[in-house]
Design a protein around this ligand. Structure first.
Ligand code: PMP
Length: 361
């Protein structure tokens, strides 16, 4: 098997020990004679997997009492619509802090339901930074304040997560969920696709404050209602059983890594290795993000020309580094260094960058 370093932005690499366990148990889950894929979602075995996955999210994040953890489908993109459909009565306002293409999409969906207000945006600077708290203009009485904790495309991240007095937060944490500790208490809703930091594609994690379950209008269809999914422990309809099973194994792996404090420390060290290679290159590599807004998950940078960028991606792939082409709206290179990426992988990429600079600089 070819040895590769997988820097894909998502779906992204999974921890090797998790894939090996999945492979071992694929045909015969714990001696039951069948695969998790072949089980009823109402079987005792599967219900235990579902319950363990939710319990691990609560344990790892220290989710306080009064919240539900749900595993839904439809990706974060469905959450862009579900949040306002459940919480935002027509005519009411929610504040949106726009830090990238995904925040824009969330804002657009909210505009189909209520009257979202742009509290801040860094679009005019091609989203190279997170706004400072002083730049954020909240409306007088928003139902919630929405933000994107990590901007996958642009490679920026809120270092310290913001709070705004007693206003309730709603956050898209798709690309840094479970990469660091989060104080969940100020949030009415946290949502994230699993496919970057904690599992395969097709699983959407939702953490919702119980008080917010009762807010949906009676006309909202069942599948779009958080209260229905909460009442049924994410088993209202057939969930992505196999995806949730793999997610439960990644969550166990995160616990075995020492929990989110330890995971966050490793993520910082990993990203630093690559940022150091950028900063030591005398301007050959130019980071897209302003230094104080740098993401620990997606490291975005340009080279002096598009030809060099193409050569970088091509030569990197020849040496086993895949998934490095930047998103078309930023160009250049994007190295995604989620939980499963190893320190060794980041070190190897940094060395490749130094070698590329030596031969092409
Ligand atoms: N939000 C963020 C921050 C993302 O990175 C992505 C996917 N890259 C999405 C939302 C959309 O997620 P999905 O494809 O799961 O709907």
């Amino acid at each position: 098997m070819a040895h590769i370093y997988n820097f894909n932005p998502g779906p992204a690499m999974l921890p090797r020990p998790v894939l090996e366990e999945v492979q071992r148990d694929l045909l015969d889950y714990k001696g039951r004679g069948l695969s998790v894929m072949e089980m009823s979602h109402r079987s005792r075995e599967y219900m235990a997997i579902n319950a363990e996955a939710a319990a691990l999210v609560k344990e790892l994040l220290g989710v306080p009492e009064g919240y539900h953890v749900l595993f839904l489908q439809g990706g974060a993109s469905t959450q862009f619509a579900m949040a306002p459909l459940n919480f935002l009565p027509p005519g009411a306002t929610a504040d949106y802090i726009i830090t990238g293409a995904w925040s824009e999409k969330a804002f657009e969906e909210a505009g189909k339901v209520g009257k979202p207000h742009v509290a801040a945006t860094t679009k005019s600077e091609n989203y190279r930074r997170i706004p400072s708290l002083g730049e954020i203009n909240l409306s007088p009485d928003p139902v919630y304040v929405h933000f994107t904790s990590n901007n996958t495309i642009f490679g920026t991240q809120w270092g310290a997560l913001p709070t705004f007095g007693d206003r309730t937060l709603v956050a898209d944490m798709s690309s840094d969920f479970m990469s660091r500790p989060v104080d969940v208490a100020p949030y009415g809703l946290i949502y994230a696709g699993a496919q970057k930091n904690i599992g395969p594609a097709g699983v959407t994690i939702v953490i919702i404050r119980d008080e917010w379950l009762g807010k949906a209008p009676p006309t909202l269809p069942a599948m779009l209602r958080y209260d229905i999914h909460a009442k049924n422990d994410s088993l209202y309809n057939t969930p992505n059983t196999f995806g949730i099973y793999v997610t439960s194994l990644v969550l166990r792996w995160l616990r075995d890594q020492g929990g989110l404090e330890a995971v966050a420390r490793r993520n910082e060290e990993k990203a630093q290795v690559i940022y150091d290679a950028i900063d030591a290159s005398d301007g050959f590599y130019r980071g897209h993000a302003e230094p104080r807004s740098r993401s620990l998950m997606n490291i975005t940078y340009r080279l002096p020309s598009e030809e060099l960028e193409k050569a970088f991606v091509r030569e990197a792939a020849e040496q086993g580094f895949i998934g490095l082409a930047g998103h078309r709206s930023v160009g250049g290179i994007r190295a995604s260094t989620y939980n499963a990426m190893t320190h060794e992988g980041c070190q190897a990429l940094a060395e490749f960058m130094q070698e590329f600079l030596r031969t092409h600089g």
